[in-house]
Design a binder for this molecule. Structure first.
Ligand code: C2O
Length: 285
């Protein structure tokens, strides 16, 4: 994790407070995790599927944003930001140690113990088969993969962000962008290898693992980098995207309606990412 101890300790404390809230409180840790779960299944009473399309990045940005505001409120720090798991660097390609202390509120026993222990290297192409290559080779492949993802999708946002889905359309399966594909690998790699792949390996339980938010913080950061590399041009000049709205409860327990077009510049949501070296950036442009 690219972050100082003080910042990580704040995250830990905020999550501890969230877990200690009464079970029915809307900010309770598991209530918050359920928000993700509600939007992840393809059933008739679900308002929108937030994976597999161009909705993926903006919905998760808003989800993290409100989560972050609530955590900040719980520790009385409105500058609080969720630390990001920088799996796009060599140093970040192992499971972050802070989540591994069994006495910490960040701990989750439902993880693939072979991966989260002892410095195993995260494979960004993981799909339930371990990469037999050496650690340094996996690191090299990961960096190449990220670089190629950016390079080849720079001129076409669908490739990076996902394909359009529009209201009333039947959902198009496998329309996800390449960033979502990379993100899935980390989910699968962290979750249990058997059964329902809990917690991280299944969308219905993923947000119960506190590493989920740090993982998504990095996904969100990747989107921001992508945007900067494209000179901050709008990804989709399309009303069906820009005017799509979601409902969230904010840090004042108010129901708010938010629009994709309003989250494209993260500084407007009052956060920026700490600038750190991008070892894969090399020859993109
Ligand atoms: Cu809604 Cu990482 O998934």
């Amino acid at each position: 994790m690219k972050d100082d101890q003080e910042h990580l300790d704040k995250y830990k404390e905020a999550v501890r407070r969230m877990k200690n809230l009464p079970a029915e409180h809307p900010w309770n840790y598991y209530q918050q995790a359920n928000i993700h779960c509600q939007y992840c299944n393809n059933t008739d009473d679900v308002p929108v599927q937030v994976h597999f399309s161009w909705i993926f990045l903006p919905w998760h940005r808003y989800y993290l944003h409100f989560y972050e505001r609530i955590l900040g409120k719980l520790i009385d720090d409105d500058t609080f930001t969720i630390p990001f798991w920088n799996w796009d660097t060599k140093e970040g390609m192992t499971f972050p140690a802070i989540f591994q202390d069994a006495s910490s509120p960040l701990y989750d026993p439902k993880r693939d113990q072979r991966h989260v222990k002892d410095g195993a290297i995260l494979d960004l192409k993981y799909a339930y088969t371990d990469n037999p290559a050496s650690d340094s080779e996996i690191i090299r492949e990961n960096l190449c993969f990220i670089q190629k993802t950016f390079k080849y999708s720079l001129s076409l946002a669908e490739l990076f962000m996902g394909d359009p889905v529009r209201a009333g359309e039947k959902e198009i399966q496998e329309a996800n962008g390449q960033l979502e594909v990379i993100h899935n690998a980390a989910h699968m790699w962290v979750g249990e290898p058997d059964g329902y792949k809990e917690d991280m390996g299944d969308f219905s339980t993923a947000a119960r693992d506190s590493v989920f938010y740090c993982h998504h913080s990095n996904v969100d950061r990747m989107w921001d980098i992508y945007r900067n590399l494209r000179g901050n041009q709008v990804e989709f000049e399309d009303k069906d995207w820009l005017d799509s709205t979601f409902l969230f409860h904010d840090e004042n327990e108010q129901l708010v309606k938010v629009k994709i077009g309003d989250c494209l510049n993260p500084t407007k949501l009052r956060y920026t990412f700490e600038q750190v070296p991008l070892p894969w950036l090399g020859k993109i442009n």
